[in-house]
Design a protein around this ligand. Structure first.
Ligand SMILES: [Zn+2]
Length: 61
């Protein structure tokens, strides 16, 4: 099974970085490689990103 890669945009410096979905779960803290800001992954945020991945195939904006 292929890894699902989640792109996270840092709220501070706007740098985008990627994490494997399987490494993320509700409450996981990820550290921005650009500025070091720590962002906590929320469960709803995570599922929203998965939904967008699915929907994006047919309805890309
Ligand atoms: Zn940052």
């Amino acid at each position: 099974m292929a890894d699902v890669i989640i792109t996270i945009t840092c709220p501070v410096c706007k740098k985008e970085f990627s994490k494997k979905a399987k490494d993320l779960r509700d409450g996981t803290v990820v550290k921005c490689p650009g500025c070091g800001e720590k962002t906590t992954i929320r469960g709803t945020m995570f599922t929203d990103m998965i939904d967008k991945l699915d929907d994006g195939r047919s309805g890309h904006a």
